[in-house]
Design a protein. Sequence first.
Length: 63
Amino acid sequence: MRTVRKALGAVLWYARELTGEAEYDRYCERHRRHHPHGPLPTRREYERMRTEHREQDTPSRCC
């Protein structure tokens, strides 16, 4: 039973990493460490900030 639980935990970890779910959790941890008294954005606000940042920082190409 312990082996099954361990394997299931590994699969869930992999799925969260693959889909980006864990990224918000890491962001929250980092935000709490560096800005302990600042407001924490919701997941929706975080996704919006992330999308805006990704769209603004697109590398320019000549072709």
